[in-house]
Design a protein around this ligand. Structure first.
Ligand code: 5GP
Length: 184
């Protein structure tokens, strides 16, 4: 049988690792957004963040709404330019609401910086970022500072748990490093 596992060099975060990370993040977010005055809206960026979104929203026990955006970056897909085009905009109004952007992986942060600027112009009560992975490699500064970080990720191309290579591997239940022969 042709399985995806054979393309993976090593597993970085197992299903159990992921479960624990998401539970911890959900508990923290639930604590921070508790109270009558909060109006939480989770916004995930398609398509990579959908798996994390599905898990995170169920790990949060305060009322919330969800919505999705789709963006495309100009230029080289492997390197973020920070120039972003919105392909699918929000359906909900975020004015005076507490927006939490849900992201799969933060690298340069340029995509999110653009999004935060765009969403801030709609006057939410607050706006923060929850990223499952953060490639905060030493000496490299991300364009934004995420409030909630699942775990730090080494400087390798990772797939699984929503993250793809050429639209494949999103459905792997763990996060792993691809074998170089797969993409070379
Ligand atoms: P940034 O604007 O932060 O540099 O780019 C973040 C986006 O780049 C992520 O949302 C994701 O789509 C993509 N990305 C960055 N690193 C990886 C990686 O290791 N694997 C995969 N599959 N996508 C990545």
């Amino acid at each position: 049988m042709d399985t995806m596992d054979k393309d993976i060099e090593r597993v970085l975060f197992s299903e159990e690792d992921i479960r624990q990370i998401v539970q911890r993040m959900g508990a923290q977010i639930s604590e921070d957004y508790a109270g009558e005055d909060k109006d939480l809206v989770l916004i995930a960026v398609l398509r990579g963040a959908v798996v994390f979104m599905g898990d995170l929203m169920r790990a949060i026990d305060v009322p919330l709404a969800i919505d999705f955006m789709a963006v495309s970056s100009y230029g080289d897909k492997a390197k973020s330019s920070g120039i972003v085009r919105i392909i699918k905009d929000l359906d909900v109004d975020i004015k005076d609401r507490d927006v939490l952007i849900v992201e799969d992986i933060l690298d340069s942060g340029l995509t999110l910086k653009y999004l935060m600027k765009n969403l801030s112009a709609r006057h939410p009560a607050s706006i923060e970022v929850a990223t499952f992975l953060w490639k905060d490699i030493e000496g490299k500064q991300a364009a934004i500072n995420p409030k909630y970080v699942g775990t730090h990720c080494p400087d390798a191309f990772v797939v699984g748990y929503g993250l793809d290579f050429a639209e494949k591997y999103r459905n792997l239940p763990y996060v792993g490093v691809l074998k170089p022969e797969v993409y070379s």
